[in-house]
Every structure is written in C-alpha cells, then in structure tokens.
Design a protein around this ligand. Sequence first.
Ligand code: GLN
Length: 245
Amino acid sequence: MTINIGWLYPDLMSTYGDRGNIIALSYRLKKRGIKPIVHKISVHEPKELILKMDIIFMGGAQDKQQEIVNIDLKNNKGKYLKEAIVHGVPGLFVCGAYQFLGKYYKAADGTIIEGLGVFDLYTESPGLKVSRCIGNIIIESKLFPKIKLVGFENHGGRTYLSDQKLAFAKVIKGFGNNGEDLTEGIFYKNSFGTYLHGPILPKNPELSDYLIKKALERKYGKGTKLKKINNRWENIARSWVINKL
Ligand code: GLN
C-alpha cells in the first residue's frame, strides 16, 4: 500500500516546524508497512498533482509569503485544492493555510487577501500594535474524546467562524481562533484547519491516525484497519506540555 502526501508550498509556508507534521505522518505510515510518498507541491509544480494526493498538508507563514502563495492559489492551484477538500481528501491546514481557506484574511498592514471560501470563516488582524496570539495551547475536541491535544500557536489574525459548531475544538488554555469565543480551528469534510503548529501531529498521534485512516479508507476501502502503535513517547511529550501550562 502507498499513500501520497501532498505538501503544499513547503518553501514558503513552513514557518514553525510545520515539516514535523510530514515526518510524523510518514513515520506512522511506515510503522504499518505503508509506503509514504511525499510530493512537494509549490509554485512551479503542476496544479493537477493536487488531485492525485491521498492526504494534503499546508503549513503557516508570515504575511509576506502568504501574499506570494495567494497569487498562485488564485491563478492556478486554488480550484484544485478546493475540489480535493470538498471531495473529502483528508487534509491538515495550519495557521496561514487555514486562513487562506476562509473567505478572506486581512493582514496586519490592512491588505485584504481573498480566500478560497472553502471554510465558512474570515480572519482579520487587529494590526501591528496589538499583541499576537503566541504560546503553547491545549484544546479538547469531540472527535478525540478523553484526550487533550496540544500545540504551539503564533498568529496575528483572529478567525471568526460563521457558526461556532464548525469548530474543531474548544480552547482549554491559549487563544485558538480569536482569543474570545474559546473555539479552535475548523473541521470540514475530512479536513482540519487549525492554529496549532507544534508541530501538531507528532504530539497528537490520534490526529495523524485520523488522517491516515481516512486516506486508507478512501483508497483501499472502508474496512481498512489501522495497526496499533505504541505512543509512549508522544504521550510523554504531550503530558510535558500540559503539565507545564
Ligand atoms: N501571518 C498570519 C498571521 O499572523 C499567519 C501566521 C502563521 O501562519 N503562523 O496571522
């Protein structure tokens, strides 16, 4: 079995160790005898490649890089990315990537970057004089009962969902979408938008396995079972963050 992982704009959207998410996915696939093939899809790669992916990942960036990526998404790859998400390809979209998939992102200097409109949300930065949302974060999600997920967030933008029920999780400690309504991220079809860099997947193996399971089911059929992996070290890392906060 093989799983194609599409890593969108790794050269531009990879600010806070987001590549750890690719490493975690590949590690957990290999442990189960499944071959991960990582495709780096940036500005010069063909847009059609997106539709061949079994899992899609895109990380965060500073406003400047977001403007460059925005041009390529608008003129080129956006339509394909939207199609993949709407058809249920499992995806993880962190911070800047998450913002792109909403209706629009208003950057710190006031520039409006139109989004792809896949997620029903918008994001606005309150400007450079207001503090960014930075620090370790703990969240709880109904999708993963009985556990707390942890990560690290660093964003100026404040995201508002059209309906709080769309949230991926509830904030226990930290800022999440906007520091006000305790929502974190969004869950739509099989995709997650989130502010957790972290990187999120190494510390939260349940989320990696969710993406992997959905990808396998879409490719190889519903009955596909995931072999258990010992998560001792992942759990130690997670507990360490939780105890520190
Ligand atoms: N530039 C965006 C913001 O500040 C996204 C930041 C990020 O991806 N870490 O909100």
